[in-house]
Design a protein around this ligand. Structure first.
Ligand code: ADP
Ligand code: ASP
Ligand code: MG
Length: 434
């Protein structure tokens, strides 16, 4: 008997009808003779709505209480899903993250899994039941509090369960047919990818392709879990994320080219966009030793995930420089407040906050062996009249910052310029894209 972990995202369980549809699908997997463990997200946009509500009562909601509030979302969907399965004549039991043994560190809003002890889940399976686990939540032994794994964290719950229970596959069911060359909501001509290396998927996720939570991809890679991203609205095959070395990726691509009669090697596998980041500029920083360290010490203490950093050349006359960096908007106010409280000690002049930026990233294992990708990217953007604010690169990724309002156009232009456009429009089955 195989053990299969299935994760259903918010748009797949948005209302009672969808919950019944998902319940049927789970039961079918059970009927096929598998043991089934399900990780489920909160219904529809519940998490966003709860966050909005929190901000109506507090500018910076207390992280402990915010986690307490948000985990309520998954409690609702897990209980409803278990009830729906029961009506179909199958035993099902729901578990909170804490009951399912998702042990995390004590960092609210971005907790890391430190241990998984799914004793109760195993017991339920042994008794023939389907186990439904609340995604995105955990419990810290250190603080004895409930935690959350960060937005999109239900994917990570699923992968962690798959690893701990030695599942044969971890299926991530969502509202599109798999992983595409770009977000189909933004780039309608995006094409579904059949197989992607975990290395490339990590870079796409890091660049904001929220189809998979970055930590889920990391965890799957570390524990050798095979991920299958697919639609909960049909039975077609989705995308396999496989753990392979760069050499294996290159060999697979060559094989696929031969099979499909393609002569030109694909350099880019995807274009990711991200509107969830903001830019902080620390203006007038004395250009002396240790100032950047002091600034980023403050930022790190806030557990903010800084991505791009740019330090300008200091003006000779003043000896002052500006340092800009991007970070999630959700961390923006907290980091600003923390920096303000250190302004005198560090000695900078002022802070600027810009939350109208967009980030675009180009990812592809083929970049390793191809020069000229940056030039082609900058040319495509320039031809479309799109200005670039910041640039950063890694071995297989190039990221640029644009204004938020031109990001979608930038993605379409770049997708086209790199020959990624398909010949038909991608289907988006549900969800609001929030
Ligand atoms: P779920 O609620 O199922 O977790 P998410 O909204 O978190 O779903 O993720 C699925 C969404 O990710 C898609 O609807 C799509 O808009 C977005 N997305 C972004 N980049 C990609 C990509 N490269 N491939 C597929 N979907 C993507
Ligand atoms: N409900 C959480 C969120 O919206 C977790 C998830 O969906 O993966 O971020
Ligand atoms: Mg998600």
């Amino acid at each position: 008997m195989a053990l299969i972990v299935q994760k259903f995202g918010g748009s797949s369980v948005a209302d009672a009808e969808s919950i019944k549809r998902v319940a049927k699908r789970i039961v079918e997997t059970r009927q096929a003779g598998n043991e089934v463990v399900v990780a489920v997200s909160a219904m529809g946009d519940t998490t966003d709505e709860l966050i909005d509500l929190a901000h109506q009562v507090a500018l910076i909601p207390e992280p402990r209480e915010l986690d307490m509030l948000l985990t309520a979302g998954e409690r609702i969907s897990m209980a409803l899903l278990a009830m729906a399965i029961k009506t179909m004549g199958y035993d099902a039991r729901s578990f909170t993250g804490s009951q399912a043994g998702m042990i995390t560190d004590a960092v609210h809003g971005a907790a890391r899994i430190v241990d998984v002890t799914p004793g109760r889940v195993r017991e339920a399976l042994d008794e023939g039941a389907i186990a439904i686990v609340a995604g995105f939540q955990g419990f810290s032994r250190e603080s004895r509090d409930i935690t959350t794994l960060g937005r999109g964290g239900s994917d990570t719950t699923a992968v962690a369960l798959a690893a701990a229970l030695d599942a044969s596959v971890c299926e991530i069911y969502t509202d599109v047919d798999g992983i595409f060359t770009s977000d189909p909501r933004i780039v309608p001509l995006a094409q579904k990818i059949d197989t992607i290396s975990s290395e490339e998927m990590l870079e796409l996720a890091a660049a904001g392709a929220k189809v998979l939570h970055i930590r889920a991809v990391e965890y799957a890679r570390r524990h050798g879990v095979t991920l299958h991203v697919r639609s909960s609205f049909n039975n077609s095959e989705g995308t396999l994320v496989i753990n392979e070395t760069p050499d294996e990726t290159a060999a697979r691509i060559r094989r696929e080219m031969q099979e499909n009669g393609i002569v030109e090697e694909p350099i880019i596998s995807g274009v990711a966009t991200d509107l969830s980041e903001a830019k902080i500029t620390v203006v007038g920083v004395p250009d002396t030793l240790g100032k950047a360290a002091a600034i980023f010490d403050v930022v790190t203490k806030q557990n903010a995930n800084v991505d791009m950093i740019v330090q300008n050349v200091s003006a000779a006359a003043t000896g002052l420089t500006d340092i800009s960096f991007t970070l999630p908007k959700a961390d923006g106010q907290r980091v600003l407040q923390a920096l303000r409280s250190e302004q005198e000690t560090i000695g900078f002049q002022s802070l600027q906050y810009d939350d109208q930026i967009g980030k675009l990233a180009l990812v592809g294992a083929g970049m390793r062996t191809n020069t000229g990708v940056s030039a082609q990217l900058f040319r495509a953007l320039a031809d479309a009249g799109i200005n670039i604010g910041m640039i950063s690169t890694s071995e297989i990724r190039i990221s640029v910052v644009t204004r938020a309002d031109v990001l979608a156009e930038a993605a379409r232009v770049v997708h086209h310029a790199f020959g990624l456009d398909g010949d038909q429009q991608a289907v988006v089955y549900a969800g609001t894209g929030r």
